[in-house]
Write a protein that binds this ligand. Structure first.
Ligand code: HBI
Ligand code: FE
Length: 280
């Protein structure tokens, strides 16, 4: 792992140490932000755009303490700085307490387009705007609370897939158009366009049980996306469904390959992206 874990406490929280960022790093953030904000204008969910406006984080790597005043007022969530990936149980415990772990380091200049691990740009630009949406805020806390049972039932890969296909790579239909709300999409220039506009890639209607059975890859654009019709649908999918029987039925089965369609399965039908014929 790239982060410095020596100063982490038992919850893996570290000081953001904002004074240690160099002018070159702030400038790199500014360029990353400008590029992704321009793409978001057309392809991001309305909640993402509203959140970015409220966070006002275009000029420099944000100060988590200043952001926490805005986020706290909106939904009661708080950011905590972490060195990078943290253990599953710690990650779930933070989410269940409405604390979002944000990696403190920024990617290098040669990594502007692609990174496997989360950095502060992915975590902040990608994830934090949605924390200002009250429905998403409740969904993410419910997700954190689901962690303990998934681990106890040896079904963590199934719950992790739900995070992957919503929080990281989720699409939402707004006014009949595909928009991105997943952080893995929003922090990637290529995938912002690909996920919303590619005419071939598999897009399926949101179905928590189907998602929990679907494999994913971490080193290329996704081969499958799941489309929600509203933020309420996300929350309902978590609170109205008992995951226990789903874990029980599928946890020892091989997952469905990411690009596969099951017999009789319908695609998300109303696939109109905001990429019209005239706007390239
Ligand atoms: N740690 N910092 C960080 N960020 C994550 O997204 C993350 C993590 N630890 C565990 C984890 N994700 C996953 O195991 C869960 O999404 C299931
Ligand atoms: Fe992420």
């Amino acid at each position: 792992m790239r982060g410095d874990y020596t100063r982490a406490d038992a919850d893996y929280i570290v000081p953001q140490d904002r004074a240690s960022y160099t002018p070159a790093m702030h400038d790199r953030w500014r360029r990353l932000h400008a590029r992704q904000r321009a793409l978001a204008e057309r392809d991001a969910a309305s909640a993402v755009l509203a959140g970015l406006d409220r966070l006002d984080c275009a000029a420099a790597i944000p100060d988590f303490r200043a952001a926490n005043r805005i986020i706290g007022d909106a939904t009661g969530w708080q950011l905590v700085a972490v060195p990078g990936f943290i253990p599953d149980e710690t990650f779930f415990a933070h989410l269940a307490a409405r604390r979002f772990p944000v990696t403190r380091w920024l990617r290098e200049e040669h990594e502007l387009d692609y990174l496997v691990e989360p950095d502060v740009f992915h975590d902040f630009f990608g994830h934090v705007p949605m924390l200002l949406d009250p429905r998403f805020a409740d969904f993410l806390q419910a997700y954190g609370r689901a962690g303990e049972r998934a681990m106890a039932m040896d079904a963590l890969p199934m719950l992790a897939r739900l995070y992957w296909y919503t929080v990281e790579f989720g699409l939402i239909a707004e006014g009949g158009k595909l928009k991105a709300y997943g952080a893995g999409i929003l922090s990637s220039a290529g995938e912002t366009v690909f996920s919303t506009a590619d005419p071939q890639v598999l897009r399926l209607p949101f179905d928590p049980a189907r998602i929990m059975r679907t494999d994913y890859g971490i080193d290329a654009f996704q081969r499958c996306y799941f489309v929600i019709e509203s933020m309420e649908q996300l929350v309902d999918g978590l609170v109205s469904l008992d995951f226990g029987p789903i874990y029980e039925a599928w946890r020892h089965e091989p997952p469905i390959p990411a690009g596969a369609l099951l017999p009789g399965e319908a695609l998300w039908a109303n696939a109109i992206s905001d990429h019209g014929r005239n706007d390239g």
